[in-house]
Design a protein around this ligand. Structure first.
Ligand SMILES: [Zn+2]
Length: 80
């Protein structure tokens, strides 16, 4: 039997289920938007990542993180 691991992007709850269909809601916080990150969370993470741009040792990895976060933010803004 295949097991699927889900992670709630709102409360961080991780749960395993046996059926492979997408769960309707998070069993812990009951949100229907468990697989959608909050736009404000993404924006906060981008702001936080940008503080590392002034650190020469972390600059390159910070850029990658920011690019990835901005792509996710764009998806969310488009309603994906
Ligand atoms: Zn949750």
């Amino acid at each position: 039997m295949e097991l699927k691991q889900n992670e709630c992007k709102r409360c961080g709850h991780v749960w395993i289920q046996r059926i492979l269909t997408k769960p309707i809601r998070c069993p812990r916080c009951k949100t229907h938007l468990w697989d959608k990150e909050r736009i404000s969370t993404l924006k906060n993470e981008i702001t936080k990542a940008k503080t590392y741009l002034s650190d020469p040792e972390k600059k390159e990895s910070a850029k990658e993180v920011i690019d990835a976060l901005e792509a996710r933010l764009n998806d969310r803004v488009k309603g994906a």
